[in-house]
Design a protein around this ligand. Sequence first.
Ligand SMILES: C[S@@+](CC[C@H](N)C(=O)[O-])C[C@H]1O[C@@H](n2cnc3c(N)ncnc32)[C@H](O)[C@@H]1O
Length: 318
Amino acid sequence: MTATDPTIATQPTAPTVVACYSVFDRFFPACGFTDLTDGMYDGDPQRPYEDAQVRQAEVLLDRAGVRHGRRVLDVGCGYGRILLTAEARGAKAWGITVSPEQVRRNTRAGLNVRLQNYKHLGAEWDGQFDAVIANGSLEHFARPEDAVAGRDDAIYRHLFATVHRLLDANTIGARFVTTAIHFRDRPDPRDLLKLPSAFPSGSAGFHWARLSQSFGGWYPVGGQLVACADGLFRLVHEEDGTEDYRLTSEAWLAGVRRAMMSRRLFRVARASLPAFVRRPVHTTRMLRCMLGGESWNWQFRGNPAPTVLLRQTWERVA
Ligand SMILES: C[S@@+](CC[C@H](N)C(=O)[O-])C[C@H]1O[C@@H](n2cnc3c(N)ncnc32)[C@H](O)[C@@H]1O
């Protein structure tokens, strides 16, 4: 693996990702959820959803070495659970996100969050952090179009190079912690750019196309990130969290269904209306993806599931 591709730093933020969160940010919190990644169940499927989410934030911060006085950046901070938990430890926490609604919510909560694509972070961010976390955001960094063009490695390489320069060179053992869905078997990226109707309903091609239409992302495969991190970061810990993401996604689906069948439906409809008016096609696609064919949940179901969730801890190589 060699130098980074300079064109990655000028890639615009993917419109599908922005559209996805402008819909989600209205719909999901109204259904009662403010986490957008897996909780940690530690083999106990009876663990309450909230406890699993609390556990995930604590464990990821432990792995990143975040404690009193440490500076941490959360790349793709969602609704800020990691930031709040870090601040409760006495750390100094910053978050970036491509969602204006997430910035508004986090700012109201007193958190330090910017509307900022990590690909565009300038030199003024260099050396400012002791730890960086990307919890469930990496899946948005490359798009199927990038994979078709053979650019996915370059994007992950650029990610590691960016985080490398953000970390303070004086911090011994500075860590980068990632949680990312991986393809178990890499599909043909051209298939993700087709309409779901090009595939038999319920087939893998159908679900990948629906997920791509709704979330606009692309996943790495096992070993790809390790190769892209070469010379910049050393993998020091890896854990398979696929079952945890299955349990979380089933809890989301059940919770959203409950909300739709209860008096909460009016609150959800009122909150989601602006997104539906502004983005009727995208809102319909996302509802179909989550609730119709259950494509989101499909990716974690079955044995083996079509995806693997990897929680990885990386240590900066000097
Ligand atoms: C699945 S959510 C995860 C949110 C949060 N980490 C959590 O665990 O709930 C993905 C997050 O990544 C952010 N994101 C996606 N692409 C990004 C980019 N290029 N730069 C910064 N943030 C990005 C989204 O705005 C969103 O906050």
